[in-house]
Design a protein around this ligand. Structure first.
Ligand code: HEC
Length: 153
């Protein structure tokens, strides 16, 4: 206890770090209020919402399920070729000319359109063609379709 009668508080200086933090908080608050007040910055929840919806639409559009989307694209065809060599060559041969599985360079029994070829690969076919949907997903199969398509011309 201090009972000298002289106020002691004047001796306790506020630490500099604390003052800096305090000033920082005020600056932050001013910035925060300004940037999220529609009348000041133009920020609006509705704008955010619309932007998000638009981004979502774009993402949905780019994820279209078009098995023919890589046809004629050299990079994708090269990737498809690699996938084909890894997953398919054992039965169809590396050049798709056929072995256990049929030749894929000719007219195909289950259909030769990108849609049908995609279906054959993803879902499999009854006489010994295994389904690859689980293992490869759609995108790799699209690339394989592009590769097969490139052999057919
Ligand atoms: C275990 C051997 C095997 C593997 C591995 C295999 N296939 Fe097949 N594939 C077959 C057989 C057998 C058929 C014929 C199925 C039928 O006639 O019902 C076939 C059929 C197909 C067909 C349809 C042909 C037609 O005449 O309509 C396509 C397309 C095809 N395979 C592509 C692929 C691709 C691409 C891969 C690699 C991702 C692959 N296959 C891997 C054995 C295989």
């Amino acid at each position: 206890m201090n009972d000298s009668g002289i106020p002691q508080e004047g001796h306790n200086k506020i630490p500099k770090g604390w003052m800096a933090f305090f000033a920082g908080v005020i600056v932050f608050l001013v910035w925060y209020i300004a940037s999220f007040t529609p009348a000041i910055s133009g920020w609006s929840f509705y704008k955010e919402y619309e932007k998000e919806m638009k981004d979502g639409e774009k993402a949905a559009a780019s994820a279209t399920t078009d098995p023919g989307k890589y046809i004629g694209k050299a990079d994708a065809i090269a990737e498809g070729k690699t996938e084909f060599e890894t997953n398919c060559a054992a039965c169809h041969m590396a050049d798709a000319s056929g072995g256990i599985g049929p030749n894929l360079k000719v007219a195909l029994k289950y259909g030769s359109t990108p849609d049908k070829i995609f279906e054959s690969i993803s879902k499999g076919r009854p006489n010994g063609m295994p389904p690859f949907q689980q293992q490869l997903g759609n995108d790799k199969v699209y690339k394989i379709v592009a590769f097969i398509e490139s052999l057919r011309k």
